[in-house]
Structure formats: structure tokens, C-alpha cells
Design a protein around this ligand. Structure first.
Ligand SMILES: C[S@@+](CC[C@H](N)C(=O)[O-])C[C@H]1O[C@@H](n2cnc3c(N)ncnc32)[C@H](O)[C@@H]1O
Length: 277
């Protein structure tokens, strides 16, 4: 086990090297994640719920649910946005590959009598054709994907939209963590976020400035195993977004400062893209 730990610590991961275990869909980690989603005041897994309300109001202004009703929220988590979209008049489908989040979302919708369809699926494998008026991917998840997966997802989304359909997605800009230096630290836990067992967590922050990409790496060591979680964050310029979205066929590519429709700023940490099929 020491050998495995040293192997991870000794070498700088290659850009977009995957984790060695599930993160979002892990039986234990997903418990802490769901708690983070549901806390209305945290900006952890879902942004604070006041922000969510503003986002939904802005989207409703952009794409009228009376005329363009079919909405797909990919990476929907426990359905916090999905329920508000439904209440705004959209016909909502939510997709996520966290079983715990999707189970929670289904139960919550049933308890409120909300007619929302939830699908437990990897959005990289979705295969819809001309079905949705609007597709959303919210909270900077697009940048966690490798270059190839981002292309694949853009193609999937483009295909899934009806002609003239709208895609709304937010990403981190190259201003995000611009001055943060590479660092490493470790901590011991009797049980906690990464594992219910006693564990040590070796945390590293790496910069891949040639690729505008950051890595938060967590190596988690228990008595039984060693897992390495690589959380990637690709940072975007508007030029890169225009190229990638145009290559996938999108037009009318607009930029905002966030998913509530604030004005785009060159100095902001976030870029929200709204584009048409
Ligand atoms: C940062 S959370 C955001 C959740 C939600 N959009 C929100 O803002 O409340 C990212 C979500 O995307 C889901 N996710 C990540 N990669 C995915 C994939 N390839 N397919 C489906 N869901 C994915 C995770 O399980 C998680 O629920």
C-alpha cells in the first residue's frame, strides 16, 4: 500500500488522468455531496438557493416555457434546479449519474406531485435527437471533462436540441485561482468526507498553465486501499469557447458573467455561455 501511495505522490499526473475510483457515484462520498447540495446557504455542490432562484428567473426570461417547453438539465444533482424549472412551467427531464442524487430527486418530486422525469445516466452517453428546446449544464461541470469528452458532450447536446434550441452552461474563466500556487498537504481523519473508515488524505494542487487546466488531487489511504481522486478544472477564454461551440455547430454564442444573466466581465471568474442550435 505504501508503494501505491508513493507511486501517486512521486509523479505529476498527466493532464486529465482519471481518478482510480468513482467520485460522484461513490456510496459514501455521495452522502456528503447530497448534504452539500441540500444546504440552501452553501455554494458547495449547488450554488446557494437565492442564486438558484435568480438563475431560473433569468432562464425563463430567455426561453419562454409557454412556447419552448422541453427542458433537459444534465448533471441535475438532487433536482434543485429541476423542481424550480418545473414550477416555472417547463416540461423537465433531469439526468445525473449519482444514484443517490437521482433517488433523492425522484422521491422529492413524487412527494410534491411534480411530474419530472429523472434519468440515472452518464450524460456523455445520452443519445437524444431533436428533443429539447433548452438544455442546461450548471455549476462549471463542463470544465471537469477532458478535451475529448467536452467535444463529445457538445456534439451530444447539439444533437439533442431541437432546431433553434438553446444550450446554457457555465465554466470557470482563466481568472479563476490565477495566483494560487502549487501546494501539497495531508490530514488524518477517524472517518469523514472521503471514507467512513479511519484515513489519511494527501491533497495536492497542480497547475497545467500550458493547457489552462488545474488539478485538485486527493489521495485517500485507509487500512484496506488507496484511491486517487483527480478533480480537473479546465479554465476557458471566450476565444476557446467560440471555437469549440462553433465547431460543434452552435451559433448566436453569447457570454454572461454568470447563470443569472449578469453582464460578462473580462475580470470575472465565471463565464456563462448561451448558444443556439
Ligand atoms: C457540481 S454538481 C452540480 C449539480 C447541479 N447542476 C446544481 O448546480 O445543483 C455536478 C453534478 O453533475 C453530475 N455529473 C458529473 N459528471 C456527470 C456525467 N458524466 N454524467 C451525469 N452526471 C454527471 C454529478 O453527479 C453532480 O450531481
Amino acid at each position: 500500500m505504501n508503494e501505491q501511495l508513493l507511486k501517486y505522490l512521486q509523479k505529476r499526473p498527466k493532464v486529465y488522468e482519471p481518478s482510480t475510483a468513482k467520485f460522484w457515484d461513490d456510496e459514501h462520498i455521495s452522502k456528503g455531496m447530497l448534504e452539500a447540495h441540500l444546504n440552501p446557504n452553501w455554494d458547495a455542490a449547488t450554488r446557494n438557493h437565492e442564486f438558484v432562484e435568480k438563475s431560473v428567473a433569468w432562464l425563463k426570461e430567455c426561453v419562454n416555457p409557454k412556447a419552448y417547453a422541453n427542458l433537459l438539465d444534465i448533471g441535475c444533482g438532487p433536482g434543485i434546479y429541476a423542481e424550480k424549472f418545473y414550477q416555472s412551467g417547463y416540461k423537465v427531464t433531469g439526468m445525473d449519474f449519482s444514484k443517490r442524487s437521482i433517488d433523492y430527486a425522484i422521491e422529492s418530486a413524487n412527494s410534491k406531485n411534480f411530474d419530472i422525469r429523472y434519468i440515472y445516466q452518464n450524460y456523455l452517453e445520452m443519445d437524444f435527437q431533436n428533443e429539447y428546446d433548452i438544455i442546461t449544464l450548471i455549476y462549471c461541470d463542463f470544465g471537469a471533462l477532458s478535451t475529448m469528452d467536452r467535444q463529445k458532450l457538445l456534439n451530444n447536446v447539439y444533437k439533442a436540441l431541437k432546431p433553434n434550441g438553446t444550450f446554457v452552461v457555465d465554466v470557470f474563466s482563466t481568472n479563476f485561482n490565477q495566483s494560487k500556487k502549487e501546494e501539497q498537504s495531508w490530514s488524518y481523519h477517524d472517518g469523514g468526507y472521503w471514507s467512513e473508515k479511519p484515513h489519511a488524505c494527501f491533497e495536492s494542487f497542480y497547475r497545467y498553465d500550458d493547457d489552462n487546466t488545474l488539478l485538485d488531487q486527493y489521495i485517500v489511504l485507509t487500512n484496506d486501499d488507496t484511491n486517487c481522486y483527480n478533480i480537473w478544472n479546465h479554465l476557458f477564454t471566450t476565444d476557446e469557447l467560440i471555437k469549440d461551440f462553433s465547431d460543434a455547430g452552435f451559433s448566436d454564442i453569447q457570454f454572461f458573467g454568470d447563470v443569472t444573466g449578469n453582464n460578462y466581465s473580462e475580470n470575472g471568474d465565471v463565464i456563462c455561455v448561451k448558444a443556439k442550435k
